[in-house]
Design a protein around this ligand. Sequence first.
Ligand code: SF4
Length: 218
Amino acid sequence: MELSRSRQQLAHQEIVAAFEADTLEYKSGVACKKGCVFCCTDAGAIDITTLEGVIIRSRIESLPRPRKVALIKALAKDRSRREKGQVMTCPFLLKNKSCMIYDIRPFSCRRIYSLNTCDRNSPPTLNRNYMAKAGQTIADFQKLDDNGYSGHISYILHMLEAPKFLSIYLAGEFKPEEIAAFGKSHKIAIHRFIHTSKKQNSGSSDNSNIFESENQCK
Ligand code: SF4
């Protein structure tokens, strides 16, 4: 039987906690430190799943009004710039270089750490076994929400604001043609999320789309 949405969110938290516990051994000696925001500013697109979007959306709803309004504007600006082919810093990055949603940050952010200090010429280097565990975690997310989608954080959150899409998703229906129309109007690709073992085992990452498309909805 399909899990209720609240049970699904709880199960999502449990999968994330298990990933953190299972990968602790790989995190000693990493170059990542507080205040380094290369992943949030330079490393590429931050993709999320619709389930993550629902969790983040509910956090946005709970923010004080001025911060919520500023964030919604920043997300809209991000979408507008991306449609012109420009990249901007993640809208969730605060001026003090911390993440506004750190405890519930997307898995595409959470799974990235690096054994070397990153810059534009040196992408993050990750342990191969760690990446395999990240891949398994993505597979677990998919099993949990097999009717979900993935795409850039600004667009998934925007889609969840659309009553039509939200009702389709919350009802557990899968209508890629509806999503395709949305994607086309914004010149973006939204995927039915599915992981591939090829990328998981690569041993390094460009922090780009972690969810490969089986049914790409452009
Ligand atoms: S969600 Fe948070 S951790 Fe992820 S890119 Fe944005 S600011 Fe950085």
